[in-house]
Design a protein around this ligand. Structure first.
Ligand code: GAL
Length: 655
């Protein structure tokens, strides 16, 4: 288990470093992340390098038993570079070129920026790549700021020319016959800035894919340098969890050794465990293996305003919550809040004055605990029988056309995620490009852009015995974002045994309901598909008061040796809780032990051993009666008839 903090020695006088190293050691730390914003300290002017300070910091920490993950500093290109090569500065969607003074202002397609980035990475890796105490690398920091500059435009045109067999193919794919948009030369193709207005959906989708590919290439170049000069040291990137939709994380994670993400649960007042958990499961789903939390909230945080102070026990809770879902590394952000800069308010473990405090004590306690239980945890992982598909192409397409003003892909997917979470069922939030047959249930929310190969995959999955649940707006668009020229759900009608006869995007004020035998009555929101069954059986119909009275809203079809369920609207959470439970039971999915509201039980497995991470996200004590036997690792006591947890308390039960 890796446990530590993000550390910025360059912000503090060097005579303070030994105190920091000692305090970190005493807190049980064995890792820090450093240097991901320290470009100017390592290359104060073009081609003049200085790694002495970093060497000293790495060595000092190593003397205290703390190893280092180095961040490549390309999220913070220095002022001298911005001044000397203004073309490295990113252009925002509104058409304005970034002005130096913040971060993430580099354009990943700018040849000058790429050269400068590769040069600093090469210098860093050459100098420190084989240092014993350097155990891995993080590329850049939180990728995700697209660029719309002239270089990107030319690159986009080239990228399209590689992708399409010719301009005719591109014109056909995007349907540029509409509004006289036919391109007769590649150089005419624009970037979708605010000045364009809502883009042609095909162009908009391709631009988002192009941006992912641009970041991918930028990252690949750094990875190649690190693999050459720092062989054997794992490489990661710190993603931002489930919500961001500017880049396809799945593609970016492919070349990495493991995925990481930055966990700030207190960004939002809703601290329900499912809201946080989906991010862990999505990060684990990127490579379907355990992951790290590269930045974990460690205090009140904010730039201009501040989030609430974590209450006693909450920092510890967030750690066990992450570990239970597969985190093998936790680094707090940050060791000590900076006295200057826009993140003055972003508190760390220590306070501004460098003194220890309640948070430090709690974090130290966790350090000692993790050390004592790591032997048990090592090699264990969550094992999922259910997958939720997180499809970036569909997310991109919905960004361009929300379809219903209230619709948000992540919220829609979370309805299903939350239903599974209540049952303490382990879920992989992952993508379609894997072997789905390992899952007892696959849930594909609103698979708006359905590529031919994905349709084949889902068909095979059902045919060979799988249980697929899909929702409205599935199979609407082809890979070019053209609407399929056939009744919906395109390519999969026979699999679902239905046809969408009619649809409506209801007003938020509209009252629509569905009625299903054996389930609670439910509202129907966001989208209403009236289904016409062919071979499917009807599970729910719209009620007489609203749209499509009496017509099917949810259907179920046998196809091959499997089953395909189509849900034509967004039902209430209560309805889905019951519905998803029934399907899990039918499919023999392993349900976790029952738990009270806001108490999560996550399971890591190793062979026949189960490790239950029971986390109480309530400010009140709770008892969990469903876990009656086993041994609680943090207290060393046997579980006898139930587990009692203090406010924000945790238990780790081996059974
Ligand atoms: C993260 C970022 C960190 C730090 C933190 C607080 O998203 O990776 O570098 O900026 O937010 O703003």
């Amino acid at each position: 288990m890796r446990y530590g903090a993000c550390y910025y020695p360059e912000h503090w006088p060097e005579d303070r470093w030994p105190t920091d190293a000692k305090l970190m050691r005493d807190a049980g730390f064995n890792v820090v992340r450093m240097a991901e914003f320290a470009w100017v300290h390592m290359e104060p002017s073009e081609g003049r390098f200085n790694f002495d300070w970093l060497h000293r910091a790495i060595d000092l920490l190593a003397d205290h038993g703390i190893q280092t993950v180095l961040g490549t500093p390309t999220a913070a290109p220095p002022a001298w570079l911005a001044q000397k090569r203004p073309d490295i500065m990113r252009v925002r969607e509104d058409g304005h070129r970034c002005v130096f003074g913040l971060r993430q202002h580099g354009c990943v397609n700018s040849p000058d920026f790429r050269r400068a980035s590769d040069r600093i990475v090469r210098a860093m890796a050459g100098e420190l790549g084989k240092h014993d105490a350097v155990i891995g690398w993080q590329i850049d920091n939180e990728f995700g700021q697209p660029c719309y500059c002239a270089v990107c435009r030319a690159e986009f045109q080239r990228w399209l020319a590689d992708l399409y067999s010719g301009l005719d193919a591109l014109n056909a794919a995007w349907g540029t016959t509409f509004w006289s948009q036919i391109y007769s030369d590649w150089s005419q193709i624009p970037t979708p800035t605010a000045a364009m207005g809502p883009p042609n959906p095909g162009l908009g989708l391709d631009y988002r894919r192009f941006m992912t590919s641009s970041f991918d290439t930028f990252q690949a170049s750094q990875i190649a340098i690190l693999r050459e000069l720092s062989p054997g040291k794992p490489i990661t990137h710190n993603f931002m969890g489930f919500l961001p939709e500017t880049l396809d994380y799945r593609q970016l994670a492919r070349d990495l050794d493991f995925a990481s993400w930055d966990n700030y649960p207190m960004y939002r007042p809703d601290l329900a465990p499912a809201r946080i958990a989906v991010n862990h499961d999505q990060t684990r789903g990127l490579k379907r293996r355990n992951f790290w939390v590269m930045e974990q909230q460690s205090g009140p945080a904010g730039w201009g305003t501040m989030m609430s102070q974590p209450r006693p026990g909450q920092l510890r809770l967030f750690v066990y919550h992450a570990v239970g879902r597969g985190a093998d590394g936790i680094l707090y952000f940050r060791w000590r809040p900076c006295r200057y800069g826009i993140e003055q308010y972003w508190h760390g473990i220590l306070d501004h004055d460098g003194s220890t405090n309640r948070r430090y004590d709690e974090i130290s306690k966790v350090g000692a605990e993790l050390k004592s239980i790591w032997g048990e945890l090592e090699g264990s992982e969550p094992v999922a029988e259910v997958a939720i598909i997180n499809d970036y192409d569909s997310r991109f397409a919905f960004q361009i056309q929300k379809s219903n003003p209230e619709f948000a892909y992540a919220d829609h997917a979370r309805l299903y995620y939350d239903a599974l979470h209540r049952l303490n069922v382990t879920v992989d939030v992952t993508c379609c490009d894997i072997d789905l047959r390992r899952y007892k249930i696959v849930i594909a929310p609103a698979l708006f852009v359905l590529k031919e190969e994905t349709a084949v995959k889902l068909r095979d999955y059902v045919e060979s015995g799988g249980m697929l649940i899909a929702t409205f707006r599935t199979g609407v668009k082809d890979q070019y974002s053209r609407i399929y020229d056939e009744p919906l759900p395109a390519r999969l009608r026979d699999v679902f045994g239905i046809r969408v006869a009619e649809y409506s995007s209801p007003f938020a004020t509209e009252e629509n309901r569905i009625i299903a035998d054996g389930f609670p009555e439910s509202t129907a929101r966001l989208w209403l598909d009236a289904l016409e069954p062919d071979t499917a059986q009807v599970l729910a119909v719209y009620d007489p008061g609203g749209f499509a009275a009496g017509q099917p809203a949810i259907t179920r079809n046998s196809f091959g040796s499997g089953t395909a369920i189509y849900v034509g609207c967004a039902p209430s959470q209560d309805f889905l809780n019951a519905f998803v439970r029934a399907i899990c039971e039918e499919r023999g999915v392993t349900l976790g032990p029952a738990s009270p509201p806001n108490v999560e039980i996550a399971v890591r497995r190793k062979g026949d051993t189960e490790l239950l991470f029971i986390t109480n996200h309530n400010a009140e004590p709770v008892s969990v009666d469903s876990v009656t036997a086993g041994s609680e690792l943090l207290t060393g006591r046997a579980v006898d008839g139930g587990v009692s947890l203090e406010p924000y308390g945790v238990a780790v039960v081996r059974r």
